[in-house]
Design a protein around this ligand. Structure first.
Ligand SMILES: Cc1ncc(COP(=O)(O)O)c(C=O)c1O
Length: 397
């Protein structure tokens, strides 16, 4: 009999979602505006400690708005972490600009300050500094924001912090997503909290967020008829979805605890296996552990991340390989890329990284299924490796 499917990070409704939604339905505040949107924006801004936020239909829309507000246009360049999901970079293309990709460092898996500094130095020499740097906080772990901020400030280039995966994480006590000129969050179905689909753009610059709200609502001029002086977008979140978001936000602290607990259980069960290394957590940071992620050194484990993925899939367990770096995506093959010195860390992470089921509704019994499968596969891998080494006379030499 086929075992029940274990998903990577499914939506989890566990609080007062029905209560808030019913209120919204009863009061007929469905769309396009409504009190839940205002409250969700205020509550989230206050949670992360920024002055304002605008709720939109996706994290991608939030990045698009941030880039527009920074005046990114055709012919500009924007630097972006390479080890991320495509959504971090697509909005650069929407505006006719060109992305330049920056490698990761291994202690955070996020943007390497070395690579960024080199890229900015060269851009300055060429008289072509980027209009913005998009720094992604991957799998819930903050990038090394103080070093990255120092470099960006030196060159006078604003930061957009892509915190789609790191809502609730902190860096030296400060919330992930609040370091740059703008921060963005995602509430899509697999994120730590979800509105089914949605995102938020946040900033301490209240005037910029007001402009974002205006642009996200088709840029309607304040006139008694429909008048538009600039191009806008239809990007606002509906009141109904904001009502779900409010309830989800109430559970965020619990969610982080649960994600971290899931990580700890994986770590305690699997970290001793030869060739296995878990994603690190930088000192003075608190990752949300959005996805528990590890790397497998195939030469030691005798199994690759891809083989483990397939084995988990046969057990009806959904896992994912680590992000394929954007500079290796066919659509970006002509774009510039700066590595971390001689190493190409993002490529190495892609070759060896795997994300394990990390949903906050994951039961311990389900997690044990995942753990048992991984142990079995890696034990087999070790035996196979021993057999292969023995066969070719590597052992005993
Ligand atoms: C790093 C990163 N950036 C941006 C996004 C885009 O968010 P959304 O799916 O809400 O557009 C996502 C998630 O999908 C993401 O993981």
């Amino acid at each position: 009999m086929k075992k029940d499917r274990i998903f990577l990070s499914p939506p989890h409704m566990s609080g007062r979602e029905m209560h808030y939604m019913k209120e919204a339905l009863d009061s007929n505040w469905i769309a396009p505006v409504g009190p839940d949107i205002d409250r969700f924006e205020k509550e989230l801004a206050s949670y992360v400690g920024v002055n304002d936020g605008v709720a939109v239909q996706s994290g991608t829309a939030a990045i698009h708005l941030a880039l527009s507000l920074l005046g990114v246009t055709k012919g500009d360049t924007v630097f972006c972490s390479t080890f991320t999901f495509i959504a971090s970079a697509n909005p650069i293309l929407y505006l006719g600009a060109e992305p330049v990709f920056i490698d990761s460092e291994l202690d955070t898996w996020n943007m390497s300050p070395f690579a960024l500094k080199r890229a900015l130095e060269i851009a300055k020499q060429e008289g072509n500094l980027p209009k913005a740097v998009i720094i992604v906080n991957i799998y819930g772990q903050s990038a090394k924001m103080d070093a990255l901020q120092l470099i960006c400030n030196f060159y006078g280039v604003p930061i957009i912090e892509d915190a789609a995966e790191s809502l609730g994480a902190t860096y030296k006590g400060k919330s992930s997503g609040t370091f740059g000129e703008f921060g963005i969050y995602s509430f899509n179905g697999n994120k730590i909290i979800t509105t089914s689909g949605g995102g938020m753009l946040v900033s301490d610059n209240i005037a910029s967020i007001q402009t974002a709200r205006f642009l996200a609502t088709q840029a309607k001029d304040p006139a008694p008829y429909y008048q538009h002086s600039v191009m806008g977008y239809n990007y606002r979140m509906s009141n109904l979805l904001a009502s779900i978001g409010r309830s989800q936000l109430e559970q965020l602290d619990n969610r982080i605890e649960t994600k971290r607990h899931i990580f700890r259980r994986y770590f305690h069960s699997l970290s001793d296996l030869p060739g296995v290394k878990f994603m690190p957590e930088l000192e003075n940071t608190r990752s949300s552990r959005w996805l528990s992620t590890l790397t497998i050194d195939e030469t030691i484990a005798g199994v690759s991340a891809f083989q483990l993925l397939e084995a988990l899939s046969r057990e009806n367990i959904e896992a994912r390989l680590a992000w394929k770096p954007l500079h290796k995506q066919p659509m970006f093959k002509r774009m510039r890329y700066y590595s971390h010195g001689h190493e190409n860390n993002a490529e190495a992470l892609f070759a060896s990284g795997i994300c394990l089921p990390s949903g906050t509704s994951l039961t311990e019994a389900e997690q044990d299924r995942v753990i048992t499968c991984i142990k079995d596969v890696l034990n087999l891998g070790r035996k196979r490796r021993y057999f292969v080494m023995n066969k070719y006379g590597v052992l005993g030499q």
